[in-house]
Design a protein around this ligand. Structure first.
Ligand SMILES: *[C@@H]1O[C@H](CO)[C@@H](O)[C@H](O)[C@H]1NC(C)=O
Ligand SMILES: *[C@@H]1O[C@H](CO)[C@@H](O)[C@H](O)[C@H]1NC(C)=O
Ligand SMILES: *[C@@H]1O[C@H](CO)[C@@H](O)[C@H](O)[C@H]1NC(C)=O
Ligand SMILES: *[C@@H]1O[C@H](CO)[C@@H](O)[C@H](O)[C@H]1NC(C)=O
Ligand SMILES: *[C@@H]1O[C@H](CO)[C@@H](O)[C@H](O)[C@H]1NC(C)=O
Length: 643
């Protein structure tokens, strides 16, 4: 067995060596040695060669698998069928909430019913159906069933309401919406705006009197549908699987296209890179409308036969009990989850679990070690990679604080790079030849990934909206005339090539684990406030993760009714997007192009001793805005006041 593994690895390395462009490699190695200086470069070489070889093997393995799937015109449902063959009666998914267990066979049957039902209702390959529901096992069964007949699911954030919800359904061109009964009210509010031709299905316990007219109840229909395998569509590995919405840097959420190969690649890179095993049990408490929960998490079940525990919603107090109950060995996180867990009182259950790895992104360096030690977690598997971006990184070797690395010895094997950027505007800084300037160790820069459209591993599939796609792509980044994907994130690399996060800048900020698009919030607030000028930005609050939202509102005549505003805000925006602070001023500065000047506002923050304008604070216990005075400011800054 071991011999076999060794020879496979050797074969990979051999293939890798043969695949290398040696005319490029030798000068690069030489430059590296001369450039970093004798002994030091030897030190770097010795420290990183093992890590780099592992990564090279992983990349090669995933590449070979992708090539095979391409050749065989496989899709995620077909790969799932292979998994089903192997693991049939093993538990595939568990729902922590009701305790439901589904074996691979049950998941297969449920998704077959979904496929057959949609076919009966006249849906065809290439149609889009929106999925708007909270986490549950059916969520996976629904999109998998759609994929079986080539129907593309649009996975909609269940926190969205009103305009943003209508927008997401609308841009997806969905022919139907399947919504969870828990979201009946949200669906009723937008029913008249989403179009008469859109069919509605409700999943879960529903009340026929409350749902929008014409809604059909899904479960009885599914019960009456046969479980046989539906006929195969003409889909291949590079066709669309589903859409995930990202709050990009401007405006409303954008639908990012996820093709089958991308789904596979994201799940497989994580699986091989972090040396996971199919016997692992993964605890997934992240929302399934994002790639972390649905691809990195659920993908391990569909592709690698792992048991995945799906939690309805993250709960800090139940987290470790759940892990113990299901013998979880891997947990998923986002940075905020780690902080909420650390804020819990110490209990002995938090050490009694069998979790060997925490997998996720956004764990801050400041709490990294405390998190590992307190909860007795041997390995942090931090990775970086937006749904739509191909410049993924992974911290494969448990390096404290890093979100990944790139080889220092042969950096061009993996075509990503940090390039110099104006951190305020995120504009790329170019040399005299018009090409971007790569960063050295210790120099912060924007992460970019080269685009090679004919390589499925390196494709950028873009957004549904072409204009949104072109904003994320720039020319002449690595060399003259090429094109590259701009991640929008600033990272910094150390001498060994490990990469570390710098805080986000630009037009979104993170709050409570979500990206808040300032433009989107500005639009909504302005509408609620009779089209007053509103500027939204994030401000730092000592001790809080991310940035708290703050809105500067131009109100020269003091006509704002704060009580009414708070009530309407609750309906219009999800909790994380509601501004924590308000600042009323006579007018807001604009640039010549009517862009708001945010830099000064951001610097002023929410300190009443600095700002002479009226300030308000959203007191979440009272559900309304209260005046922000020096005492309240102290209480917020010291962490006493809950945000
Ligand atoms: C939905 O999109 C169509 C065009 O695709 C547009 O005409 C319509 O106004 C949009 N509806 C809403 C509510 O945005
Ligand atoms: C967890 O592991 C223990 C011991 O190996 C076993 O007895 C128990 O049944 C497992 N629980 C689950 C939910 O698999
Ligand atoms: C990961 O790093 C931590 C501290 O740096 C160490 O205690 C732990 O043993 C390491 N885990 C593994 C699996 O090597
Ligand atoms: C937020 O934006 C960053 C950078 O664009 C991206 O990596 C991340 O996945 C986004 N998160 C969500 C929840 O949309
Ligand atoms: C990112 O995607 C582009 C788009 O085709 C590709 O050329 C580039 O190589 C990818 N980068 C990585 C690191 O996969």
């Amino acid at each position: 067995m071991l011999r076999l593994a060794c020879s496979t690895v050797l074969l990979f390395v051999l293939r890798l060596l043969l695949a290398l462009p040696w005319a490029q490699v030798l000068p690069a190695v030489l430059i590296f040695f001369l450039g970093t200086g004798g002994w030091n470069s030897l030190r770097v070489f010795m420290k990183t060669i093992g890590r780099d070889l592992h990564a090279a093997v992983v990349l090669l393995k995933v590449k070979l698998n992708v090539n095979r799937h391409l050749r065989q015109r496989n899709t995620i449902p077909k790969i799932f069928a292979e998994t089903l063959q192997k693991y049939g009666d093993k538990t595939a998914l568990i729902f922590e909430g009701t305790g439901e267990h589904w074996t691979f066979r049950q998941l297969d049957e449920y998704s077959n019913r979904v496929a057959n039902l949609l076919l009966q209702h006249g849906f065809r390959e290439g149609d889009v159906v929106a999925l708007f529901m909270e986490n549950r096992l059916q969520y996976v069964g629904l999109w998998l069933g759609m994929a079986k007949i080539g129907i593309e699911a649009a996975l909609i954030n269940f926190n969205l309401r009103l305009e943003a919800l209508v927008h997401c359904v609308n841009i997806s061109n969905a022919k139907a919406v399947v919504f969870g009964s828990e979201l009946t009210d949200a669906m009723c509010e937008v029913h008249s705006s989403v179009g008469k031709s859109v069919k509605l299905f409700c999943s879960g316990d529903w009340d026929p009197k409350r749902v929008p007219q014409g809604t059909e109840c899904l479960e009885p229909l599914l019960q009456a549908t046969p479980t046989h395998k539906p006929s195969q569509p003409q889909r291949g590995f590079t066709d669309r699987l589903f859409y995930i919405y990202t709050s990009g840097t401007t405006g409303m959420p954008k639908a990012a296209i996820v093709v089958h190969s991308r789904y596979y690649r994201m799940a497989a890179l994580v699986y091989y890179g972090f040396r996971m095993r199919s016997e692992d049990v993964l605890y997934d408490c992240l929302p399934l409308y994002h790639s972390a929960g649905n691809i990195v998490g659920v993908g391990q079940c569909l592709i690698h036969g792992m048991t995945v525990v799906i939690k309805k919603k993250f709960s800090a107090s139940r987290f470790w009990e759940d892990c113990i109950k299901y013998n979880c060995t891997i947990v998923q996180y986002i940075g905020e989850i780690c902080r909420y867990l650390l804020n819990q009182p110490v209990r002995d259950v938090e050490q009694r679990h069998r979790v060997r790895m925490a997998l996720g992104n956004g764990l801050r360096q400041s709490i990294w070690e405390e998190f590992m030690q307190r909860f007795n977690i041997p390995q942090i598997a931090e990775f970086y990679g937006a749904t739509e971006c191909n410049c993924s990184l992974g911290n494969f070797d448990n390096k404290t604080g890093a979100c990944g690395f790139n080889s220092r010895i042969l950096p061009f094997i993996y075509p990503i790079r940090l390039v110099r950027v104006d951190e305020e505007t995120m504009e790329l800084i170019r040399g005299p030849d018009g090409v971007c300037i790569p960063c050295g160790p210790g120099e912060p820069g924007q992460l970019v990934g080269r685009i090679i459209q004919n390589d499925p591993l390196r494709r950028f599939d873009g957004y549904v909206n072409q204009a949104a796609t072109s904003k994320k792509i720039s020319q002449s980044v690595f060399k003259k005339g090429d094109s590259a994907y701009l991640s929008g994130d600033v990272l910094v690399m150390d001498e060994f090539g490990y990469m570390y996060f710098r805080d986000r800048t630009g037009d979104t900020f993170r709050w409570k684990g979500e990206n808040v698009s300032t433009t989107e919030v500005e639009g909504t607030l302005s509408r609620l406030l009779d089209m007053k000028d509103v500027v939204v930005y994030g401000v730092e609050v000592p001790g809080a993760e991310g940035k708290a939202g703050m809105a500067a509102i131009a109100d020269p005549d003091h006509t704002t009714d704060l009580g009414k505003f708070s009530r309407e805000l609750e309906k219009a925006l999800p909790p994380y997007a509601r501004p924590v602070f308000l600042r009323f001023l006579p007018e807001v500065d604009k640039t010549g192009t009517f862009k708001f000047q945010k830099t000064e506002l951001r610097r002023d923050g929410f300190d009443p001793t600095v700002v002479s304008d009226k300030l308000y604070f959203l007191d979440c216990t009272k559900g309304c805005y209260v005046e922000l005075d020096a005492e309240l400011h102290r209480s917020i800054s010291s962490g006493k006041q809950k945000l």
